[in-house]
Ligand binder design. Sequence first.
Ligand code: ATP
Ligand code: MG
Length: 358
Amino acid sequence: MYVKYLRLKNYRNYDELDIELNSKVNVFIGDNAQGKTNILESIYFCSIGKSHRTSKDKELIRWDQREASMSVYVAKERLDKKIDISIFREGKKSMTINTIKVSKVSDLIGTLNVVMFSPEDLKIVKESPSHRRRFMDIELCKLNKKYYYNLVQYNKVLDERNSALKKWRQINDDILDIYDEQIAGYGRYIVSERQKLIDKLNEKGSQIHRDITSGNEEIRFKYVTCGAEDIGKKLRENREKDFERKTTSTGPHRDDFDISINGIDTRSYGSQGQQRTSVLTIKFATIEIIREMTGEYPVLLLDDVLSELDINRQKYILNSINSIQTIITCTGISDIKEYLDGGAAIYKVSSGSVKKSE
Ligand SMILES: Nc1ncnc2c1ncn2[C@@H]1O[C@H](COP(=O)(O)OP(=O)(O)OP(=O)(O)O)[C@@H](O)[C@H]1O
Ligand SMILES: [Mg+2]
């Protein structure tokens, strides 16, 4: 699939934008703070109904305006789709696919699939488990509506259990029995789907990582979980402790996955370059997983990441993107120019306006 055009109105620093995109490589060049990431963000928003950098939709509305809107036309193997989204300052948003209203984000997801790779993704490797859970959850929600449903329900019951732990010390054993049973049910599904995702990450990622590192490094991913089967039992066993801590100490909301290179933990011991390369592997493996599960390649969004990688990694990326629409942002093109074939479209971004270079 690829994005054929993008239209923005009152979106961040764009008053109006109307651009056609190439089905292969598109490069947006501009100085800092001109609106490059804003373009990728709006495409990402059309994919999963939220921004990759804020949970407050309001921030996307141009400062002096009431409403922001974005449209993408997605050319797909079977039926093309046009997505229109408007965000209102009062907090509502409206979404349509081929002019038919969709009321839930879960009905939008899957229409346009993207994989975004930005400098912040280094957090997946370097920082706390919450970043790795977020990665697993976002990818699984894109691929599987049932996962999305189970995750939403799980988080809802978990919130209720946590507030019960804070409030009613005496009477709530019966209520907690119900919560524990529900958490165990949704949790079992979440854990088993995450395990499958990590298995696929190993399957696709190991070859990719060998290719990037000329065979010098073996990457492994290992899901670290409370387990799918006895979540209910563990919740019961931990109940006293949970009352003291006023929070739920076991369950998939505490899971993580380890990343190792040649048997050594990448988070603690990996060099900066190895950590970056691990993210690159995760992203390219994700592209292959999406392709395997949906039959179509997603759109790849590369936000300012090329300049952070060494020349071999840059070459790997630019050689791997032949069959995928790729939208790249950078501040200068000199580094990558020689690897772009003549078909790449180049756009100059300056204070919220975009001009295509001829
Ligand atoms: N709601 C908004 N309304 C108007 N302008 C906004 C809004 N939100 C952000 N901006 C402006 O958008 C610009 C930042 O855009 P963006 O993040 O796309 O920059 P960029 O070109 O990617 O820069 P960099 O190279 O530094 O990453 C800033 O000038 C910022 O003030
Ligand atoms: Mg940027």
